[in-house]
Design a protein around this ligand. Sequence first.
Ligand SMILES: CC(C)(COP(=O)(O)OP(=O)(O)OC[C@H]1O[C@@H](n2cnc3c(N)ncnc32)[C@H](O)[C@@H]1OP(=O)(O)O)[C@@H](O)C(=O)NCCC(=O)NCCS
Length: 156
Amino acid sequence: METFNGGFMVALHNDEVYGYIIMADDVRRLWTKALFSGFIFKVAAKALKGIYGIGPATIYKVVKNKLYYLKFEISTEKTAQLLSIAVHPSHHGKGIGKKLLEAGLKYIKYRGIKKIKLEVRPDNKSALSIYEKYGFQEVGKAKDLQGDWLIMVKEL
Ligand SMILES: CC(C)(COP(=O)(O)OP(=O)(O)OC[C@H]1O[C@@H](n2cnc3c(N)ncnc32)[C@H](O)[C@@H]1OP(=O)(O)O)[C@@H](O)C(=O)NCCC(=O)NCCS
C-alpha cells in the first residue's frame, strides 16, 4: 500500500505469521492526503448520519482528542509514526516484538527520517518495556473514549 511505502513488516516462521509492525513514514503527509482526498469528510459525513452508531457527543470527543494530538504533530520536521505492533499471544515473551521494533526503526532510519512517535496505553507493560528499551521517551499524555494514552517519541 502506497501510504506505508514498505513500512509494513511481518515476523514469519515456517510460513506462519507470528507478528507484525506497521509504520507510516510521514504522519503529516498521511493527514494531508486524508484531508485533501476528502476521506476525512466522507468519514465525518457517515458518522453524522449515524452509520458508525455514534452520536454527536462522541464525534465531538473524537475531534477534540484529534485536535489535542495535533499539537504533537505540528512540526517542521518529518515524523514517522508507529501505528501498530502485535505478536500472536502464544509467542509473547520470545523477543519477537523487540526484533520487529528493531527492524521497523532500522527502516525508518534508512528512509532518512529523524523522529518517530507512538501512542501507548499506560498499563501496557510489555509494550512500554520494549519502547523504553529502544529509547522512546514520554513527551505527553492524551485521552480518548477508552482512557489515557502516553505519547512517546524517539530521535533517530
Ligand atoms: C507488545 C508486544 C508486541 C510485545 O511483543 P513480545 O514478542 O511479547 O515482546 P518481547 O518478547 O520482544 O519483549 C517483551 C518484553 O516485555 C517485558 N514484559 C512483558 N510483560 C511485562 C510486564 N508485565 N511488565 C514489565 N515488562 C514486561 C518482557 O520481560 C520483555 O522484556 P525482556 O526481554 O527485557 O525481558 C506484545 O505483547 C503484543 O502483541 N501485545 C498486544 C498488542 C499491543 O499491545 N501492541 C502495542 C500497542 S501500543
